[in-house]
Ligand binder design. Structure first.
Ligand SMILES: Nc1ncnc2c1ncn2[C@@H]1O[C@H](COP(=O)(O)OP(=O)(O)O)[C@@H](O)[C@H]1O
Ligand SMILES: [Mg+2]
Length: 234
């Protein structure tokens, strides 16, 4: 069964491309047929994959979606091969509400990376609230929404207000990813951190584990709902 993961934040530089490309390579390395849709006009995921193709890592099917505007639904479906098991969407920063709603409606899971700065946390909180409203007004409210702290440097309690806010909205805080050079060296090689030597990425792997588990659990919830007919997924 296909699972679509949308990585999104209205702010640029929060780690959307980093997390989307790492997710895609993780899925591909797990022998899942994976599509990575790049909505960024700068084509960062496309660039990463062009490096990847020069090596021998498991292939990812890249879709350049940067030119697609509102009303992308049909095109979206046309571009995904039938046998694909995972779709990762690297969303652009700043999107009109209609486009946002359209993307949300296509996602099974939404991941929002948030940088450890008061300004980013404030802006992201508003964005997360908007996302939650959109999900709640969707016909079938089975889209899972989870938040990730990205590029954390120290445990200085910066995320505490965000965590309280998320608790109030009943949105899970999934994990904290540290700011490390391994993410940069992975990009340089067109790889994900899961494809680097395990002993060099112990910290990163341990921090990704809650996300991997959450995605797997979310999938089984959706699958269970589908198999019982509780959700008419389209
Ligand atoms: N956890 C991390 N550790 C180190 N560098 C990171 C991490 N996450 C992102 N970066 C770096 O931060 C910059 C912005 O990240 P990017 O994924 O391109 O953000 P976005 O796609 O949201 O604009 C990039 O240079 C990226 O390599
Ligand atoms: Mg990007």
């Amino acid at each position: 069964m296909m699972q679509t993961v949308l990585v999104i934040n209205s702010k640029g530089g929060s780690g959307k491309t980093t997390i989307a490309s790492n997710l895609a390579s993780l899925f591909a390395a797990s022998h899942l047929k994976t599509v990575l849709m790049d909505y960024d006009p700068q084509g960062s995921s496309l660039y990463w994959n062009s490096i990847r193709q020069q090596g021998n890592c498991p292939a990812i099917h890249l879709v350049d979606a940067s030119h697609l505007k509102v009303g992308l639904t049909r095109t979206f479906q046309l571009r995904i091969p039938d046998d694909i098991e995972r779709v990762v969407i690297d969303a652009p920063a700043g999107m009109c509400r209609k486009m946002l709603a359209e993307m949300v409606s296509k996602a099974d899971v939404i991941v929002v990376p948030v940088l450890p700065s008061p300004i980013d946390i404030h802006a992201s909180s508003e964005f997360i609230y908007e996302l939650k409203l959109i999900i709640n007004t969707c016909r079938y409210c089975d889209t899972a929404l989870g938040i990730i702290a990205n590029r954390a440097r120290s445990d200085n309690g910066l995320y505490e207000p965000l965590k309280c806010f998320l608790e109030e909205l009943d949105i899970p805080f999934i994990t904290t990813l540290s700011d490390t050079d391994n993410y940069i060296s992975a990009v340089e090689k067109g790889m994900g951190i899961h494809e680097l030597k395990p002993q060099t990425v112990k910290l990163e792997l341990s921090q990704w584990l809650p996300l991997v588990k959450w995605l797997a659990d979310t999938r089984s919830v959706t699958t269970t709902l589908l198999s019982t007919g509780a959700v008419n997924h389209n």
